[in-house]
Design a protein around this ligand. Structure first.
Ligand code: FCB
Length: 455
């Protein structure tokens, strides 16, 4: 029997995002978000679904918090919907929106579950998008104001704050590939959006320090992937460096080193307009943070693309590997590689895995049991690799499964199930999957016990 014990005080959580679970898109004065607009536009979402109903969490959040307690979670990561607080993007805050999140936090406290709050998980007020969204520098300023308003108004203890979730996805899937809201296809604007997102992050950190919330660490969550060359050939090796530059270093370097990576500045400048950067921006973006949140699901294996300016390369799916319903390779070793690399290149600093998980085609059997052993294997193998990274000095302080319950998976609508809890959408009933019981045991033991392991 192998045992993998985690340190005392380790955060064991699950994560969600406002648009993916809340529903109630116009309750209590909420304004329209870019995801409301995008998903109501036919052709953008699988089955033309939207988050209008989702998990009805806005209405039945108390039940959901009770289930979190049944699971034994000691932390819960959720996001605040910006247009619930600023329906028009700026101006006067909407008290009823703030009250909802206060009630949610109070409820979490009642069960001794630590709130981990993300300020932006992609649902920007549509009113700001009408002025260019993240392509417009003013949006960074409005984000800073929204952040300050939340820091001041939510005067209840929050255990960790996260400014942005995955700015890479916001910028490039939203503004260059058009598969996420706002659905644009312009790489120049995407580069500017990435810069303005980072600026908004830095402004939020500055207002946090001004307001001086005591003992509450604040950081950012990036989607990071280990990038590996398909072979040892020179072009494949060079490609892996560029893909890493685009996907990882373009965000890590300005935050931790105060400048964009020079190799990528050169690559981008040969084909695109570099973003407008004002003098103080790099210092704002590099405002010190207390920890880094990492979302990781897979690795990227690349073969060289068509030219030396190709920053994506040709991703490969090795035939012998296992894949989730998203088509993402199950690659637990990747999280070890990633954590040790971030620790070495940008740390040491506290790290959190703010998302990790897998979609599988879960179905209740005739007795209502949901046997998701593939998810259990996935989570277990990733956790073991994270544990191994910790033995090498990586300061990992918490782990959040994506996600608490099945929900609206962006352009995939309701067709992908990532939850520990199964949601039957027509009745809104929730059922623990086997992985939920498994996770409950992991939390109660503060670690894993694995049959036949080598440890
Ligand atoms: C991440 C997102 C999260 C969810 C998972 C599967 O990129 O942050 O909302 O969609 O992927």
């Amino acid at each position: 029997m192998a045992k993998y014990l985690f340190p005392e005080g380790f955060l064991w959580g699950a994560a969600t995002a406002s648009y993916q679970i809340e529903g109630s898109p116009s309750s209590d004065g909420k304004g329209e978000s870019i995801w409301d607009r995008f998903s109501h536009t036919p052709g953008n979402i699988f089955d033309d679904d939207s988050g209008d109903t989702a998990c009805e969490h806005y209405r039945i959040y108390r039940e959901d918090v009770r289930r979190m307690a049944d699971l034994g979670l000691n932390a819960y990561r959720f996001s605040i919907s910006w247009p619930r607080i600023f329906p028009e993007g700026s101006g006067k805050p909407n008290q009823k929106g703030l009250d909802f999140y206060r009630r949610l936090i109070e409820e979490l406290h009642n069960y001794k579950i630590k709130p981990v709050v993300t300020l932006y998980h992609w649902d920007m007020p549509q009113a700001l998008q009408d002025q260019g969204g993240w392509g417009n520098r003013d949006t960074a300023k409005y984000f800073g104001q929204y952040a300050a308003c939340v820091f001041e108004s939510i005067d209840l203890p929050v255990d960790r704050w996260i400014t942005l979730n995955e700015p890479w996805v916001s910028a490039f899937l939203g503004y260059a590939l058009g598969v996420h809201a706002p659905g644009l296809n312009d790489f120049n604007i995407a580069l500017q959006a990435a810069h303005n997102l980072l600026l908004g992050h830095g402004l939020a950190i500055r207002s946090f320090r001004d307001i001086k919330r005591k003992d509450e660490p604040i950081g950012i969550t990036l989607n990071l992937n280990p990038i590996e060359p398909a072979s040892d050939s020179k072009p494949d090796l060079a490609q892996a460096v560029r893909t890493d530059g685009f996907m990882n270093r373009w965000f890590l370097d300005p935050i931790f080193r105060g400048s964009y990576p020079q190799d990528m500045v050169e690559v981008f400048s040969r084909s695109f307009d570099l973003p407008d950067i004002e003098e103080e921006d790099t210092a704002v973006i590099a405002e010190p943070i207390d920890y880094l949140g990492i979302n990781n699901y897979t690795r990227i294996l690349v073969r060289a693309g068509s030219s030396e300016d190709d920053f994506m390369g040709n991703p490969l799916n090795p035939p012998e590997a296992e894949y989730t319903e998203m088509g993402w390779e199950v690659y637990p070793r990747g999280i070890y590689e990633l954590l040790t690399r971030v620790h070495r290149d940008y740390g040491p600093l506290p790290l959190y895995i703010t998302e990790n998980g897998a979609a599988f085609d879960d179905k209740p059997d005739k007795d209502g049991r949901i046997d998701d052993s593939s998810r259990i294997n996935y989570l277990q193998d990733y956790l073991i690799e994270a544990w191994k990274a910790m033995q090498e000095g990586v300061l990992l302080e918490g782990y959040f499964v994506w996600t608490l319950m099945d929900n609206f998976e962006w352009s995939f609508g309701y067709s992908k199930r990532f939850g520990l809890i199964y949601v039957d959408y027509p009745t809104q009933k929730r059922y623990f999957k086997d992985s939920a019981y498994w996770y409950r045991d992991v939390i109660s033991r503060n670690g894993l016990e694995v049959q036949g392991g080598a440890q």
